[in-house]
Design a protein around this ligand. Sequence first.
Ligand SMILES: *Cc1c(COP(=O)(O)O)cnc(C)c1O
Length: 391
Amino acid sequence: MYVDSLKMGKKELKFNSKAIHGGQEPDAAYGAVMPPIYQTSTYAQTTPGGHKGYEYSRGGNPTRSALENAVASLENGRYGLAFGSGMAAIDAVLKLLSPGDELICTSDLYGGSYRLFKGIYEKYGIKFQFSDMTDMGVLADQINANTRMIWVETPTNPMMNIIDIEAVAKITKTYDLLLAVDNTFATPYLQRPLDLGADIVMHSATKYLAGHSDVVVGVLAVKDEKLADQLYFIQKSSGGISGPMDSFLTLRGIKTLHVRMQRHCENGAAIATYLVGHPRVEKVYWPGFESHPNHEIAKKQMEGFGGMISFVPKSGSYQNAIKFVERLKIFTLAESLGGVESLVGHPASMSHGSIPKVEREKNGVVDALIRLSVGIEDVADLIDDLEQALN
Ligand SMILES: *Cc1c(COP(=O)(O)O)cnc(C)c1O
């Protein structure tokens, strides 16, 4: 559904206002301020085809539409699509490809994306190339006549590398390729890939967008009408949609995205600084440090550095990393990220366990690496927790 950006006269609303109002109007029936949960599979027709815009909920549902429009608005897109998970959203994007097509993606990819690419789509004749995407010359050299799409994740998970979206977009425009960006880590609050030249932006809304660790949802946003039509066709045909209840919860989460992200960034900065000064910490990966190899790009394309931090304790081993994550009290040991509560993960055994050890370690995902999703609790409590576990 086409989304006109909200305007006050000629002025477009700012992000914080769009987080609350973007793509939404009070419900037409009774003026409900929050879009109702339309828990229905079908819609009454007065005559065949005589309906009010909705026929069957796989094709469209008003609660899902409200979420789709909100996401499109936040990403400065014109069309949004919501799916039953982030992976279902990625799956829909890959269905744009045909056997023989090739995709180039960032090398330290989200483990689930790696599994979907290599474990499922490879057998349908789609080829995947990995690229660290820090050198645009190398990336351009990887493109061949079969290349159709470039898939970028930035910041990368869990190494927190930053890829210059604008520079990649220049290449995809030159070679007439599609550019898709997984914007899960940054959120549209910090980074808007469509503005930087991407064609498709994707989120695991399970993470920051919904923000409360209570749903699994995925979304896409695009600007181009033809591309949107293709994706709607895939969504309707394959049916990996998000349900009304999950759409509602995600939409409710989005209303505080800007406030939560502000605190995630503040707490993230405080914890990154604490860790880097700790005698028992070997290395901290966080794009806010001037010493981060891609700090300048991060400053250019992001409006903050977020709450995701990875680090390696000194003389860390697989066993010590496990001990450390078990000892934390406020940081909950769990998969996922981006919720109000702080989480800790051990990528080698958890999120990146499906990537072969050799591949993993090539990208820096060593056995001792710890990943933090810094929540919005009081940062002093979070630091106390890290301190007792490190000691
Ligand atoms: C979690 C995640 C996904 C997958 O999303 P689900 O909602 O878990 O299916 C994709 N990309 C990134 C970066 C993620 O963190």
